[in-house]
Design a protein around this ligand. Structure first.
Ligand code: ADP
Length: 496
């Protein structure tokens, strides 16, 4: 019986494909990078052809490298960079301009107008998001306005989609125009409670329903991969945005389960079960996934400067040559000697939301050296993540039993131990670090019936290392208090 699963992981800088066994072991993988386009300051675009070509190449190459017979692939799952917006012609498939990437700030003014016109509360209430240019809705409005396409969109001649939709339309037989609920949830057009596009939000942005994809579950039959690609049709049965797939790939199936991904930035998601928890602490309410028509929700928070803080030590301060060197330096001293680094280089996100905060290095004495600063930078990643976790606990009233971790900087054992110490719960690192791709593969395995239920799918998750908290409560509190004092000194610094 066909039992291999293939994940397509379409990210911001590369398209990847990974072949997994049904036990969640990696057989082969391949990544293809593609160019970023910055046509103006603050603007970021992708060429849609690059996305398609790189993804198809990655898929073919990963399957070739795996040596797996195409007939033994049970299903394909798709996961993707979120919010990036495509608009294409329903007849020809040709895109209207380049894709507008999630990082692109070109619609900041549209968002300001929405809040000035009093739409902020409605957006928060219906979508669980904070009004921001990050999400797809204003990007789609921009494309329709700029290219004067409202009438064509009204007539159903255009398709809007995020990366998942775009890939399905172009790679699947019969060109299904679909998106999964987790991706839909990042458009600022999706009503979380009703699990559908929202008429008031569409009216607010002047977006015709006729250009929107059909919303499907994160696991279940979406269609068949065009046989022209791998030589055979293969069912596509799983789809989710990257952070949601990673939550699934980390086996965070129970209410209160939480994962943190330590990449350039950090993304923390907590499963809140069948209820969408409204945040009082600046977090986003988002989908975890939707399976069998049943939505599971999550709280989400992000740290802007995660691993990027370590890149800053390396590239700007030249205190280290390689990111991994930070671990040995941090461990070469017993503590920072009261030094804190608040890496608020672009302001602070949740729970502070202060865009006027700026980077602050404080508490130095004559004895402060390189190791103290490097250690303070690593600790800052953990402190910021601890602030997110505290916000989640305040919002849902429940403390998690452990924190599941992944991403590049989770390789740093000092950082992981300090995270466990400062959060006061075990930090658990899985064997498979590719949790996003694994999540997409497991969702596909669930969707094609290889697994009977999510629990069976998640049994593919296996622990590598567990970091047990060792810090006493008084020290933990003292450290956190010092961090918050440093944060307060960093705030309201840049001129308004
Ligand atoms: P992304 O997917 O955002 O590109 P990755 O998951 O590949 O990120 O992680 C890369 C980030 O992790 C970089 O910012 C890098 O500085 C940081 N990083 C990698 N290894 C280490 C390490 N051993 N210690 C601390 N930070 C690290």
């Amino acid at each position: 019986m066909a039992s291999y699963l293939v994940a397509l992981d379409q990210g911001t800088t590369s398209s990847r494909a990974i072949v997994f066994t049904e036990k969640g072991e990696i057989v082969a993988s391949h990544a293809v990078e593609f160019p970023q386009h910055y046509p103006k300051p603050g603007w970021v675009e992708h060429d849609p052809e690059d996305i398609l070509d790189s993804q198809i190449t990655a898929l073919k190459e990963a399957v070739r490298l795996s040596g797996v017979d195409v007939g033994d692939i049970a299903a394909v799952g798709i996961t993707n960079q979120r919010e990036t917006t495509f608009l294409w012609d329903r007849n020809t498939g040709k895109c209207v301009g380049n894709a507008i990437v999630w990082q692109c700030r070109r619609t900041a003014r549209i968002v300001e107008q929405l809040t000035e016109n009093g739409y902020g509360d409605m957006i928060r209430r219906k979508t669980g998001l904070v009004p921001d240019a990050y999400f797809s809705g204003t990007k789609l409005k921009w494309l329709l306005d700029y290219y004067n396409l409202h009438e064509k969109a009204e007539n159903g001649e255009l398709c809007f989609g995020t990366v998942d939709s775009f890939l399905c339309w172009h790679l699947l037989t019969g060109r299904p125009h679909v998106t999964d609920a987790t991706n839909a949830g990042r458009t600022m057009l999706f009503n979380l409670e009703q699990q559908d596009w929202d008429g008031d939000l569409l009216k607010m942005l002047g977006i015709p329903r006729a250009c929107l994809p059909r919303i499907v579950d994160s696991a279940g039959t979406i269609g068949m991969l065009d046989p022209g690609i791998l030589g055979r049709p293969i069912p596509v049965t799983g789809m989710a945005g990257d952070q949601h797939a990673s939550l699934f790939g980390q086996a965070c199936l129970k209410e209160g389960d939480v994962k943190n991904t330590y990449g350039t930035g950090c993304f923390m998601l907590m499963n809140t079960g069948s209820r969408p928890v409204r945040s009082e602490n600046g977090l986003l309410t988002t989908m975890a996934w939707r399976i069998g028509g049943k939505p599971t929700f999550a709280l989400e928070g992000s740290v802007f400067m995660g691993g990027a803080t370590i890149q800053w030590l390396r590239d700007e301060l030249k205190l280290i040559d390689r990111a991994s060197e930070s671990e040995g330096l941090a461990l070469s001293i017993p503590g920072t000697g009261g030094v804190y680094l608040v890496p608020a280089f672009t302001g602070l996100g949740a729970p502070w939301w202060d865009m006027y905060s700026r980077g602050t290095l404080i508490g130095m004495t004559r004895g402060t050296g390189r190791a103290h600063i490097v250690r303070a930078a690593l600790e800052a990643i953990a402190y910021q993540s601890a602030d997110l976790m505290e916000a989640m606990i305040r919002d849902c009233g429940k403390a998690p039993e452990r924190l599941q971790v992944d991403g590049g900087a989770s390789a740093n054992a000092f950082l992981m131990q300090f995270q466990a110490d400062i959060c006061g719960i075990p930090v658990v690192r899985p064997q498979i670090q590719e949790t996003t791709a694994l999540g997409a593969a497991l969702l596909a395995g669930l969707g094609c019936g290889l697994y009977a239920n999510p629990e069976e799918a998640a049994s593919a998750w296996r622990k590598d290392l567990e970091f047990i908290p060792k810090m006493d409560e008084a020290t933990r509190r003292m450290n956190m208090a010092g961090w918050h004092k440093a944060v307060s000194r960093s705030r309201d610094w840049a001129e308004h």
